[in-house]
Design a protein around this ligand. Structure first.
Ligand SMILES: Cc1ncc(COP(=O)(O)O)c(C=O)c1O
Length: 356
């Protein structure tokens, strides 16, 4: 029996526009090969930076395109986090937690509910003292799939302004929306006062390694210097290929295709959970990759061992700083039929755990 992975937060192979990217990469190399195959400026490939500047309404001095957005997070955290308090959602994406821990930051998890980060919890922490920054994933959060409500967004922007707090909004999933109305980003609500990061990993392909940051100019310059000291040059071939994909008008149709593919998987995940995991509390994301499940007292670490024996995997909530009875299910990688089968296996493992 093959194990079904509800753990992997990566796009299914069908989501990747392989033929189009091959064609884009070939034209880039034929047209501009000597530039993109050499060392280049750390902030990124010029035409891509111009495109991003127009999209976000900022000058290129605030932009930094990096080898995936996680690499940019490392640079930012190296500069800001050591020995300081960093505010995060509870739960939050596990890789930044690990990076912050290794850099010796004091991680302060803030309470969240179905509507995302609780602004009162943020306010209480800000009254206790200052912080290097707040790291927040407001839309289709990893791991919970939750989206921060509009009123909360406004309040968080307001609190950041009052307390002179740097907010880093990580937004790789925002465009991967299957239904409902998009909400303004914190960056838009603050008229560009907050910092913003995103990536083409979920909207084109993660292997291109193209992420970007919009930062205060002084931080963008600091990060460019760190990038030069770390990898000398960004991967211009990846950035130029992404730019070619955008310039040819392939981005929107591809995004629509990805939304259809992943929307069907989200539907399969929610119907299978509703049918088989009746007693659990389940998040109902309108986009992104993940569903968050709270099991009301069942330890998800113990459940994981049973689930693996039954042929299905997931990530336990404690990896993200969540409660022991929570877990993350990803629907992005596997087919609707596998999702159905995987949730069935999870339900039998859970039934065994309940009777143990
Ligand atoms: C919230 C969040 N931020 C950042 C990343 C990293 O993306 P990238 O491939 O751009 O490094 C991920 C990847 O899963 C993510 O979930």
């Amino acid at each position: 029996m093959d194990t079904i992975s509800l753990a992997r937060g990566v796009p299914a192979p069908e989501c990747l526009p392989v033929a189009e990217l091959a064609d884009c990469a070939r034209s880039v190399l034929e047209r501009d090969g000597a530039t993109v195959l050499s060392y280049g400026p750390s902030p990124g490939y010029g035409p891509l930076l111009e495109w991003l500047g127009q999209r976000h309404g900022v000058g290129t001095e605030r932009l930094f395109a990096t080898n995936g957005s996680l690499q940019g997070f490392v640079f930012l955290a190296q500069r800001l986090a050591p020995g300081r308090r960093v505010l995060v959602e509870r739960p939050t994406y596990d890789r930044p937690l690990k990076i912050l821990r290794e850099l010796g930051a004091e991680i302060v998890p803030l309470a969240c509910d179905e509507e995302g980060l609780d602004p009162d919890a943020l306010e209480r922490e800000l009254e206790r003292g200052d912080a290097a920054f707040l790291y927040v994933i407001p839309t289709f959060q990893n791991p919970s799939g939750r989206t921060l409500g509009l009123e909360r967004r406004r309040r968080i922007v307001e609190l950041a302004r009052e307390h002179d707090l740097l907010v880093l909004e990580d937004d790789p999933y925002g465009l991967v929306r299957f239904e409902g109305e998009p909400l303004p980003t914190l960056f838009e609500l603050s008229e560009g006062a907050t910092a913003y990061s995103s990536s083409f990993s979920k909207t084109i392909a993660p292997g291109l390694r193209v992420g970007w940051f919009v930062l205060p100019p002084e931080l963008a310059a600091d990060i460019a210097a760190r990038a030069t000291g770390t990898y000398i040059t960004p991967v211009l071939l990846g950035q130029a290929t992404a730019y070619e994909f955008l310039a040819r008008g392939l981005f929107e149709p591809n995004l629509e295709r990805v939304r259809q593919l992943l929307g069907a998987r989200r539907d399969a995940m929610l119907s299978a959970l509703d049918a088989r995991l009746g007693g659990a509390t389940i998040s109902r994301p309108e986009g992104g990759y993940f569903v968050w499940v709270m099991l009301d007292g069942v330890d998800s670490g113990e459940l994981l061992e049973r689930a693996e024996r039954a042929g299905v995997t997931f990530v336990k909530g404690t990896d993200f700083g969540g409660d022991p009875d929570s877990l993350r299910l990803a629907y992005s990688f596997v087919s609707p039929a596998e999702i159905d089968e995987g949730v069935g296996r999870l339900a039998s493992a859970l039934a065994l755990a309940a009777t143990a």
